[in-house]
Design a protein around this ligand. Sequence first.
Ligand code: SF4
Ligand code: FES
Length: 200
Amino acid sequence: MITFKINDQEVSARPGWTVLETAREHDIDIPTLCFHPAVSASGACRLCMVELREGSWSKLVASCIYPVAEGLQVFTETERVRNVRRWVFEMLLAACPASPEIARMAAKHGVTSTRFESHDPEQTCMVCGLCARVCEEVVGLSAIATVDRGVHKRVGAPFAKPTDVCVACGSCVTICPTGAMQSIFDSIRGVPATNLTQLG
Ligand code: SF4
Ligand code: FES
């Protein structure tokens, strides 16, 4: 086992675990959006940032992809962490202004407005890629892809054409943290879904 500290509390982890996995194992809360234990972590949203300190030196890292190491000193609620968390929530509020899930989570952390400009008032997707990863890694298909670039980057069917690869299992809808896949789903298949099996 590897031993280190989170918020001055001694914790233990198996080799290969991340800081986030260890925190969750010890009931230490770190907010996340693009992480789900069923699929590989991507480090896309940066909401799970924590501060590592050693003497006067410190740095911020994404806890969902940062591997544990003996003697780490991790802090989850410092001023630097709260500042970056606020910044990430403001970015998300601007990127997904129509997502009640994002608004709810941001408000829970005291963020109810954003200084950043929104390019699409109807947008709910944060392009975190969780839907594509669950399709590929858990369902074993590749019915969802990231298409276009820059501010036009979005998820949809590969090559932006409806696909019959999709079996309408609904895993992507279930895993989506913003509620966006609910409205994207039919455009991936090109026909309304009739047999979703995973919807909660
Ligand atoms: S549809 Fe949902 S899961 Fe897929 S990229 Fe957008 S926010 Fe992430
Ligand atoms: S939850 Fe770690 S980067 Fe999104």
